[in-house]
Ligand binder design. Structure first.
Ligand SMILES: [Zn+2]
Length: 466
């Protein structure tokens, strides 16, 4: 009997890991890091209930760290098999896993300095060298065709519209001549967004795992271009700068797309744009190269006379620290996009230190700002922000645009599910906080009348008897 074990993203939004066992073989779908509160992060240090060496293959839905960030640890603990993903996901993982390792090393160094770690000396969860080693196990699979992993498992990926390369997976398990179809949603993206194709809908599944990040709410419906144009025109007239903390993967590219479009339609003046994040620059390059993910609108833009849809007239990509610091000298109106997205580290901090005391400027918050971050403090109306040991007065305008999430809202998740014609034998709601899971459980049963359950962390379920 095939069996599934929920090794993560059960009752929470991080640590996605689903173990499928059939015919004596083990396949791990996604291999994510737990993030957020300390108790969750502790799980990254606990041993898995099975020996990583006994896992035959890893299969990935997309590159985000909460779906891939445990890979170096799994390899370090004995996993030697192939890691299957499409080309875009592999390329993004190269950047993201090395960056994650770098952060792990920094955290360990910081803990050593502050002397608060339970490990003596403090250890990183994995090192940059270990992340490098794990990258050698990646193997590319087709973007959309059926790929046979073994006699027991074959997979067909479909567009998920969440970030570049993101897929939901149709996994066919064959055991004793019987086939079982399991659909893994991965993270479902948005409809009618720039750059990426819309999510495709599944049509059938014996078992379905559906993410529920926004299972309890929808995103605001205001027009992003209108709101962006308003703030940019306002700030340009005042002679200030627009500073946007943005994630390197996805958010930066979407922002660039909207800015280029606004400039082209002459809805905003020509302003210099500084993309001050080596990671975002590398990711943008990967976004432009992987044409298989581009939607019709983006393709049309590209075909119109060599236009680069992610580039405005005057874009400065700054890689070196010196170039980054020299942006502080810019006095004319400009737009600065930098990381981290939640303003809790990275180059964005020195831009904020420079621009926050200037009432002509604006800080544009375009993502989710977690509790305890600089982004959240600004969103909550802080008068001062502590940056590099100094209290920086907040005089700049703070503008929040909430519509740029890469996750389907509740109605979009229901729309995605509505392609399924016959009720799955069981629907597992995963990848959500308890409130979102509970609310979405009600929505799915109310609308479709399917059997729905919310699995617990480490729960195993026999798919033969369900
Ligand atoms: Zn994701």
């Amino acid at each position: 009997m095939p069996k599934i074990t929920f090794l993560g993203a059960a009752g929470t939004v991080t640590g996605s890991k689903y173990l499928i066992e059939a015919g004596g073989k083990r396949l791990l779908v996604d291999c994510g890091l737990f993030q957020g509160p300390k108790e969750l992060q502790q799980r990254n240090w606990n041993n898995l209930p099975i020996d990583p060496a006994s896992i035959d293959w890893v299969l990935l839905t997309h590159a985000h760290i909460d779906h891939t960030g445990y890979i170096p640890r799994l390899v370090q603990n004995g996993f030697r098999g192939p890691i299957y993903s499409n080309a875009a996901t592999r390329e993004l993982c190269e950047l993201l896993l090395l960056d994650s390792a770098h952060l792990q090393e920094e955290d360990a160094q910081y803990a050593a300095k502050k002397n608060y770690s339970s490990h003596h000396p403090p250890l990183p969860l994995y090192t940059v060298a270990q992340a490098q080693t794990s990258l050698a196990q990646f193997r590319e699979i087709p973007r959309a065709d059926v790929f046979s992993i073994s006699p027991e498992f074959s997979v067909r990926p479909h567009d998920a519209g969440h970030i570049l390369g993101s897929s939901w997976l149709e996994l066919t398990i064959t055991e004793n001549g019987k086939q079982t179809l399991v659909v893994f949603s991965g993270d479902v993206g948005r409809y009618d967004q720039p750059i990426l194709k819309d999510p495709e809908s599944p049509t059938h599944a014996d078992f379905l795992l559906c993410e529920s990040t926004y299972g309890d709410r929808d995103h605001p419906t205001g027009s992003v271009p209108d709101e962006l144009a308003d703030v940019i025109n306002r700030v340009a007239k005042r002679g200030g700068a627009v500073v946007a903390p943005a994630f390197a993967v996805g958010r930066t590219q979407t922002l660039m797309y909207y800015l280029r479009e606004l400039e082209e339609k002459q809805r905003i003046p020509h302003l210099p744009v500084y993309v001050d994040s080596p990671m975002a620059i590398n990711v943008t390059d990967i976004y432009v190269r992987h044409k298989e993910d581009h939607d019709a609108d983006f393709v049309q833009q590209e075909n119109q006379g060599n236009l680069d849809p992610l580039n405005m007239k005057e874009v400065h990509m700054t890689r070196s620290v010196e170039d980054s610091k020299s942006i502080n000298e810019v006095v004319a109106p400009c737009i600065i996009i930098s990381a981290s997205g939640m303003a809790n580290g990275g180059r964005i901090l020195h831009h904020l230190a420079r621009r926050l005391p200037d009432s002509r400027s604006a800080v544009l918050l375009v993502g989710y700002e977690a509790e305890g971050t600089g982004g959240r403090a600004l969103e909550d109306g802080a008068q001062y922000l502590r940056i590099h040991g100094e209290e920086v007065p907040v005089k700049a305008e703070i503008v929040k645009i909430d519509q740029l999430s890469a996750h389907a809202g509740r109605s979009e998740l229901l729309r995605w599910l509505s392609g399924i014609t016959a009720p799955p034998r069981q629907t597992f709601l995963v990848h959500g906080e308890p409130n979102a899971l509970e609310s979405f459980h009600g929505a799915v049963t109310g609308r479709f009348h399917w059997p729905v359950t919310v699995p617990e962390y480490l729960q195993s379920i026999d798919l033969g008897t369900q």
